[in-house]
Design a protein around this ligand. Sequence first.
Ligand code: SF4
Length: 217
Amino acid sequence: MSLTEELVLWTHEQKCLKAVASLVKNGFGAVYCATPQDAFDCIIREAADAASVGFGGSMSIVGLEVEARLREMGREILNHANPALSRDERMDVMRRQLTCDLFLSGTNALTLSGELVNIDATGNRAAAMFFGPRKVVVVAGRNKLVDGTVHDAIQRVKNWATPPNSRRLNFKTPCASTGFCSDCNSPDRLCRVTTIIDRKPRFTDLRVLVVNADLGF
Ligand code: SF4
């Protein structure tokens, strides 16, 4: 590793550690992961006593490639992204995710003050993050960190997460064409449910893995 790479990694590490300290102060479980492999190992440990594992549709989780390992471990996988599912079957899986043993999700943004900010079209992912599943593990790559307010975090989502997400999902929104938010009123508008989790929800075991790598968008 070059000196430049080492210094960049160190700088990111300091931001990640600050986010972890803030999350702990806000009552969350929080772990610093130096690499995606550390996050993978952590998720596998968290799944030890889970019969069912729900996937919120996060590209960060997809990037960690945990699903195949969890299947090998005999866990029931609740993933509505399976293209073979009918609309009704997808809805059924999304409802069952709300009561699974372990729910895995990314987050659209994480402030250095320890607030999780998410924007959904349906709201199933955001809802499962704060109530329902017995345990929730959120993976936040360093690219999700925001050194600013909740408002800055919302701007981060609309500038950097929703445009590529709209494009990935083939939604006909202005941002899917231009890469910029125009606060649209499109029938496909993805920004319909905005959540701020600023303290650990009372009855949810919510842990955040802050990873010193870019994950998702
Ligand atoms: S409001 Fe519309 S244009 Fe803006 S980010 Fe959301 S979907 Fe895209």
